[in-house]
Design a protein around this ligand. Structure first.
Ligand code: ADP
Ligand code: ADP
Length: 227
C-alpha cells in the first residue's frame, strides 16, 4: 500500500477558540513508496501544515492520515522533516550532528561511526566530518541535514523549502544532489516549494494548492527526464 495516505484530512489551527483558522480542507493524497511528490502553491496555503501532520508534529482536525497503514500519532525519525534553515547543533561537529539520532536510538559507537561515514560519503562530505556547521556553506549545511535524516533510514523524507535560502546556482546543484540521494535511498519524498521550476525539475507528481483554506486544486504527473 501507499507510504502515506491522507483521506479527507483537514486542519483548523486553534480549533474551538476565537482564533480558529482553517489551514487545510479535505486533502486526499496517496504517496507511493519511492515516489517524489511536490506540494506547490502560494504562501499560506497550508503546505507546511500538511508536512507537520505527516511528520506527526501536529494532529489533523478531521480525516484520516496513515503511514504504511498505521494512523500517524507522533513524530518518528522514519518521517524526518528538513527545514529551510535546518537546526544543526552549532556546538557539535558534523559527525556528531549526523550520529545524534543514532545515539538517542541506542546504536553502539562502532555502528554510529559506520553509519555516519556512509551517509556523509553519500552526500559528498566524507572529508568534512570534524568541521562545525558555521565552517560550512549553506548548501553544505543542508547536505549535512539530509545526511542526518538519511542516517535514520527514513522511508519518507519531508522537506519544507529546503533550498529557499540558497543562491540560484547552489540551489540547482542541490536539486541534482537530492535526486541522486533520493534514487539511492528508495525513500518517498514530500517536497514543499512555491517555485514552479523547482517543482517540475524534481517531481514525479505535483500537487497544486489553493489558499484559504488550503486545498489540492489539481495533481499533475511529470514525465520529464531527470539529470
Ligand atoms: P504554507 O506552508 O503554504 O506557506 P502554512 O502551512 O505555513 O502555509 O500556513 C497555512 C495557514 O496556517 C496560514 O494561515 C498560517 O498562518 C497558519 N498557521 C501555520 N502554522 C500555524 C501555527 N503553528 N499556529 C497557528 N496557525 C498557523
Ligand atoms: P518525540 O521525542 O516527541 O517522539 P523526537 O524528538 O524524537 O520526538 O522527534 C522530533 C522530530 O525530530 C522528528 O521528526 C524526528 O525525526 C526528528 N529528530 C529527532 N532526533 C533527531 C536526530 N538526531 N536527527 C535527525 N532528526 C531527529
Amino acid at each position: 500500500g501507499p507510504a502515506v495516505s491522507c483521506r479527507g484530512v483537514g486542519k483548523i489551527w486553534a480549533a474551538g477558540t476565537s482564533r480558529a483558522h482553517e489551514a487545510l480542507q479535505d486533502i486526499d493524497l496517496e504517496i507511493e513508496p519511492g515516489e517524489f511528490v511536490v506540494l506547490l502553491g502560494p504562501s499560506g496555503c497550508g503546505k507546511s501544515t500538511l508536512l507537520y501532520l505527516i511528520a506527526g508534529l501536529e494532529q489533523q482536525t478531521s480525516g484520516l492520515l496513515t503511514y504504511f497503514g498505521d494512523a500517524v500519532t507522533a513524530p518518528s525519525p522514519d518521517r524526518s522533516l528538513i527545514f529551510q534553515e535546518t537546526s544543526l547543533f552549532p556546538w557539535l561537529s558534523v559527525w556528531e550532528n549526523v550520529s545524534f539520532g543514532l545515539q538517542i536510538r541506542g546504536d553502539s559507537e562502532p555502528d554510529r561511526r559506520a553509519a555516519a561515514k556512509e551517509v556523509l560519503q553519500r552526500v559528498g562530505l566524507a572529508e568534512a566530518g570534524s568541521k562545525r556547521p558555521d565552517e560550512l556553506s549553506g548548501g553544505m549545511r543542508q547536505r549535512v541535514a539530509v545526511a542526518r535524516a538519511l542516517a535514520m533510514r527514513p522511508r519518507v523524507l519531508l522537506m519544507d523549502e529546503p533550498f529557499a535560502a540558497l543562491d540560484v546556482q547552489t540551489r540547482q546543484k542541490m536539486q541534482d544532489f537530492l535526486i541522486d540521494v533520493w534514487r539511492d535511498s528508495g525513500a518517498s519524498v514530500v517536497f514543499v516549494t512555491h517555485h514552479i521550476d523547482e517543482a517540475v525539475a524534481l517531481a514525479d507528481r505535483v500537487c497544486v494548492f489553493t489558499a484559504r483554506p488550503g486545498r489540492i486544486k489539481e495533481t499533475v504527473k511529470v514525465d520529464l527526464p531527470r539529470p
